[in-house]
Design a protein around this ligand. Sequence first.
Ligand SMILES: Cc1ncc(C[n+]2csc(CCOP(=O)(O)OP(=O)(O)O)c2C)c(N)n1
Length: 318
Amino acid sequence: MKAEEKKQLAKEFYTSMYRIRRFEEEVFEFYKRGLMPGLAHLYLGEEAIAAGACQAVGPEDYIGSTHRGHGHLVARGADMKRMMAEILGKGTGYSKGKGGSMHIIAMDKGILGANGIVGGEIPIATGAAYAAKYRKTDQVVLCFLGDSASNQGTFHESVNMAAAWDLPIVYIIENNSFGISVDIHRVTKEHDLAKRAVGYGIEGVTIDGNDVFTVYETVGAAVERARRGEGPTIVECKTYRWQGHHVGDPATYRPAGELEKWKAREPILVLEEQGLLTEDEIAAIREGIEAEVLEACKFAEDSPYADAGEAYTDVFSD
Ligand SMILES: Cc1ncc(C[n+]2csc(CCOP(=O)(O)OP(=O)(O)O)c2C)c(N)n1
């Protein structure tokens, strides 16, 4: 990659990761102020995965997201005002305030939906990949999932099918070490989850999920393979979540020193240390994002709650 291109990408990555970071910090603040109905699962510490992976696809491609989905949406350029409004249960939110954090859908950005059902997005995303192949649209799907979700039956069934039919999809496992309070190592014998790919006859790779360039390049190669009709790939990104499972979880189960160890090589710092951006450039990016995020917060706080008469609109079940 040429130096100029690398620098431009570094700017994009920094912007994307810092935007996610600041958005999530403000979500946490709303929770602490008692303004958020329900809970949210923060993406703090995992920013490089969404930022790097979403940069590797085009606007026409699809994203399957999880209960920890804010980062995927922000990286994809979703409207932070409508996201924050949704999280606060406001009528101006993406799902008119009816869904909250775990049910933000932004079809205009190819986001097929966040998902409150662990592993629920995997068959949905695989179905979208099947549709793309069937219609010959040349689209690729990125399917994000957690390490624990990779132990769900939906993962096995979907990956097996995608492999057999060479579907254009990349399964991105965000291995943040925990499923709620349970260390993944207690419930999974093989710690490199991408090795499962061998059993499906596809490619699998385990990478440093805190290095945004590594994520971008690895996912990019998998996307190209998928677009060439060569089928799915499993990309496992090793990372660590900074907060508890959700905003109300103090994470007392965390081994002493573990968080500090991971924070010493957190995604934004890892990018800063590559020296591609000057201090002034970083400061300018941060300043712009600060304004955007605070504007989103103000919009959400000032917005009205959904009208009670809306309760039965957009309801699809009988
Ligand atoms: C089918 C299903 N089972 C259990 C739950 C409860 N639950 C919510 S999040 C979670 C852990 C998910 O862990 P992981 O997939 O690793 O994602 P992470 O939260 O670490 O990002 C569980 C068990 C659920 N929402 N859906």
